[in-house]
Design a protein around this ligand. Structure first.
Ligand code: CIR
Length: 260
């Protein structure tokens, strides 16, 4: 069974952290409605959705991806690089405890889950304003016993590594979706990749659920590039949380239970 942990949008979402975008009004009702469509799509794609209650005093808590990295063997509870977001992790650890051994990133290390890209046993961790060298060192140390190869990669033109590159086909034949304006092509040279359309820089953040690529509905040109590669794509409205610098990977933690 596949589980997706999500969290309802905070009523204080308009007070979110912003790094690369100007603050513009965010409508809580619209954001909640779009988030509900996202949750419905995850369920339609076969996920058992565990929706946690909103944390109204944590504006960014809807972006659960940043709080944990869930692998088959272990759940790593992150220490988000924005201090305002660190209180989000407690309830995530409790939600994950029934399913995984829990290990934590500790101070002075910081890791945002949005910086962690997993391609099989290869893990790339963005060294960003949120994730530091010590956080990546701890991640590598935690995951080494299970054979994961964790490497830091510089990311300075986008909030997170996965703002710039995500996995759109898994298995033995991985395919990445990359915005080459935000990440040096050499970082992904070892893997096959498709570039986002130049007019759609934020399109690189796509969420892979089994063989389906979930994308914001706004990115028709990049969607066509993926469709031309034979990928199956579903779209969701995601414009309101995009104003908070959130994309489709950010709003869920998806993992398998009951295998092996
Ligand atoms: C933040 O700055 O932390 C939020 N406003 C956006 C987080 C987006 N998360 C993600 O890309 N994984």
């Amino acid at each position: 069974m596949k589980i997706a942990i999500t969290r309802a949008v905070s009523r204080s979402i308009a007070d979110c952290q912003l790094t690369h975008l100007e603050r513009t009004p965010i409508d809580y009702g619209v954001a909640s409605g779009q988030h509900a469509e996202y949750v419905r799509l995850l369920a339609a794609l076969g996920c058992h959705v565990i929706e946690l209650p909103a944390l109204d005093n944590c504006p960014d808590a809807v972006f659960v991806e940043d709080t944990a990295l869930v692998l088959e063997e272990v759940a790593v509870i992150c220490r988000p690089g924005s201090p305002a977001r660190q209180p989000e992790t407690f309830s995530i650890a409790e939600a994950l405890r029934p399913f995984r051994e829990i290990v934590e990133i500790r101070a002075p290390g910081t890791v945002d889950g949005g910086d962690v890209l997993r391609i099989g046993k290869q893990i790339r961790a963005g060294l960003s304003t949120r994730t530091n060298e010590e956080g990546v060192r701890q991640l590598a140390e935690i995951l080494e016993p299970w054979g994961y190869d964790v490497r830091g990669v510089a990311i300075d033109r986008a909030l997170h590594l996965k703002s710039a590159v995500t996995l759109v086909r898994g298995g033995d034949d991985p395919l990445l979706l990359v915005n080459p304006a935000w990440i040096a092509p050499s970082t992904v040279a070892a893997f096959e990749y498709v570039e986002t359309d130049p007019s759609e820089p934020a399109a690189a953040n796509a969420l892979l659920i089994d063989d389906t690529v979930v994308m914001p509905e706004a990115f028709a040109r990049t969607r066509k590039r993926l469709a031309d590669r034979g990928l199956s794509i579903r779209t969701v409205p995601a414009s309101e949380l995009a104003k908070a610098e959130g994309g489709v990977t950010c709003c869920s933690l998806v993992f398998e239970v009951g295998r092996g």
